[in-house]
Design a binder for this molecule. Sequence first.
Ligand code: AFP
Length: 343
Amino acid sequence: MSDQTDPSPIITIERHILDEQAFHPEATGTLTNILYDLALAGKVIASKTTRAGLAEILGRTEDINVQGETVLKLDRFADLTVTRLTDHTGRLAGLASEENAEFLPIPDQYPMGKYLLVFDPLDGSSNVDYNMPVGTIFGIYRRLKESGPAETAEFLQPGRNLVASGYIAYGTSTIFVYTAGHGVHGFTLDPHVGEFLLSHPNIEIPKAKYFSVNLGYQMYWSLGVQRYTEYLQGREGGVKGLSLRYIGTLVSDFHRNLLAGGVFYYPADSKDPKAPSGKLRLLYEAAPLAFIAEQAGGYASDGNGPILDIEPTSLHQRTPLFIGNKELIEKVEEFIRGLDGAD
Ligand code: AFP
């Protein structure tokens, strides 16, 4: 007879990350600790996002960030939380955040580490006012220099070099999803226990159910992207049965499609001549999620080739992004090649 009082195995994020370290006998535990630090940042940020409507935190600051957007107080809080939990540990050599024009060096009084952190502290923050989900995205690279202060060039690495990446989705529950190159794993925050517990081991993207895109911009897209959209709508030999879902928070749209199957895209458009590559940032958003997509059996492309192969030329570089089920993302490359003259 089974013992009814014996709880089913509970795997905390700490235990899981530590177990993963076994894949790397040479590991010193530094990466493991960075992931713990980020999980802690996620808990702290979640404690604010769930109270955003109540707290003094809601409302805009008077600042404009490097992307030209109004900085919400919650963005700043998330940015500072990640920074303050990671900059003094001796694990990082520098941090680059979507909120800051330049990367943040490690303050002089703290030791230098061998990793670089790139992050979007609060993705989808314009949704906060409407009680919609938001998220944090991160990527971890090994630094290129052996020692000395970090340099911008060290951050400009292709996504293929990512050692780990992940996101924290602040929705109806808080979920931490990461990959360190051995599959994709998701942990749900148990608010009573205060721990992230393994809820989604070895995530693999299932057959597509959804497509997610801001159709309001359709008239600004290339012919190839327009025809691809019609293909997803099932017209003229296209795929049948996909539903449209679009939240406008990349983390949430990506997370849903990762679990349910589907594609998200934010293509290049002619809406804003100053941003011909669309809105999303290669370093802070596209590359970290591309690593997760590939680890889950999916694919991410800029329409011409893998996101993970793009060599960044600047910290805040933008890129078109098509991400999700592999065969549907390869299809958009076909449309773009055939109709837009891309090579
Ligand atoms: P905000 O952080 O300004 O809300 O932008 C979120 C975002 O970068 C990404 O999370 C969404 O997928 C995308 O913008 C939505 O942009 P549109 O409002 O142009 O569809």
